[in-house]
Design a protein around this ligand. Structure first.
Ligand SMILES: *[C@@H]1O[C@H](CO)[C@@H](O)[C@H](O)[C@H]1NC(C)=O
Ligand SMILES: *[C@@H]1O[C@H](CO)[C@@H](O)[C@H](O)[C@H]1NC(C)=O
Ligand SMILES: *[C@@H]1O[C@H](CO)[C@@H](O)[C@H](O)[C@H]1NC(C)=O
Length: 320
């Protein structure tokens, strides 16, 4: 009898352990729900990625987890950082929910997905870093130190856009966010796309990390001009260069994402610091994510030192 009871107890424990495992693995993300829409296979994975072919592979949170975010931005909550407590992993993933179904961080399989996340975050890290004065941990460890421009020298109101994106009296359009937004017309455009009134309330960007990441992901996935590709498209290889692009040395890859975002402030001027800083963040993040910097490709792809800028001058970043 005693022996039998012992066996029953062991069986029960095993059953409970198994149930426990089911519960741990059973959050809805693990389940890929597949549907056919107009003959095409689309998938949904929980709240994170809905009704898209891009939701059929792993999602961003499968390939980029909270400890990796902490590794990349390890100094952001140190006492000397300027946005302590603001940025976190959850806001990054929450923001990506709108963009994962479009292919952001979900294209091409795990390796490409991690590279795109590293590339996007490299721009973010480089533009929000305060690593150059306080280099404990090295200058590349200080991404997401800022969430806004600290001492704006002006209010970035361009009257040329007074009919489309008029400045609201009292509003200040200084740099804010993950890929910092400057000027009334940029706040106006991203606000329109995200259906948030940023012309009246540009401060929302420095108050809400999810919104700040959403604005940055919108910029990454949306062409600046209709005739031009988005950063996402050039990075993952959706974009086919025209003859003009080839003559201008614009090739698919990381270098051209800098051309799109910053034009002649960063590109076409040889190996200048503003460009090298962004590239260094990318290589560092590839290493930290375990992809390895050797996967970044040759210099022609990585750099934009020799590229002709898409746009002669990039007023969007004129004051950064
Ligand atoms: C899914 O992953 C495979 C490789 O793992 C890749 O070839 C394919 O392109 C991915 N699907 C999408 C929609 O990117
Ligand atoms: C932050 O912004 C997002 C996107 O607009 C919104 O859904 C969310 O409610 C905001 N959070 C707070 C605390 O206002
Ligand atoms: C190629 O460049 C030439 C000269 O700059 C320009 O006139 C032409 O419109 C461009 N073609 C395309 C397809 O962009």
């Amino acid at each position: 009898m005693g022996v039998n009871r012992g066996v029953v107890a062991v069986v029960l424990v095993l059953v409970l352990v198994n149930l426990g495992l089911v519960v741990v693995n059973g959050d809805d993300k693990e389940i890929v729900v597949v549907k056919k829409v107009k003959g095409k296979k689309v998938c949904t994975q929980g709240w994170e990625c809905k009704e898209s072919v891009f939701c059929c592979n792993q999602t961003i949170s499968d390939v980029f987890q909270v400890y990796q975010f902490e590794d990349l931005f390890s100094k952001r909550n140190s006492p000397v950082a300027k946005a302590v407590g603001f940025w976190d992993y959850e806001s990054f993933i929450t923001a990506s929910v709108l963009y994962q179904p479009l292919g952001f961080g979900t294209t091409g399989g795990k390796h490409m997905q991690m590279k795109e996340i590293a590339a996007f975050l490299a721009h973010v890290g480089a533009k929000t870093s305060c690593g150059y004065g306080v280099a404990t941990g090295g200058p590349l460890a200080w991404g997401l130190c800022y969430n806004k421009e600290m001492s704006p020298s002006q209010s970035y109101c361009d009257d040329y856009y007074k009919y489309t994106y008029p400045c609201t009296p009292g509003a200040e359009y200084y740099g804010r966010g993950a890929l910092p937004i400057y000027w009334n017309y940029n706040y106006g455009a991203v606000g329109k796309a995200l259906k948030v009134n940023l012309l009246d309330h540009p401060e929302y960007i420095e108050q809400n990390a999810t919104l700040a990441f959403m604005a940055a992901m919108w910029r990454w996935t949306t062409p600046i001009k209709k005739s031009q590709p988005s950063c996402h498209d050039v990075f993952i290889g959706n974009w086919k260069p025209t003859k003009n692009d080839t003559l201008a040395k614009r090739v698919p890859g990381f270098g051209t994402t800098m051309n799109i975002l910053y034009g002649d402030q960063t590109c076409g001027q040889g190996d200048i610091d503003p460009m090298n800083t962004i590239v260094s963040h990318y290589l560092y993040y590839l290493d930290l994510l375990g992809v390895g910097r050797e996967e970044a490709g040759p210099n022609e792809v990585l750099s934009c030192a020799e590229q002709v800028p898409f746009n002669p001058s990039a007023p969007t970043q004129a004051a950064s």
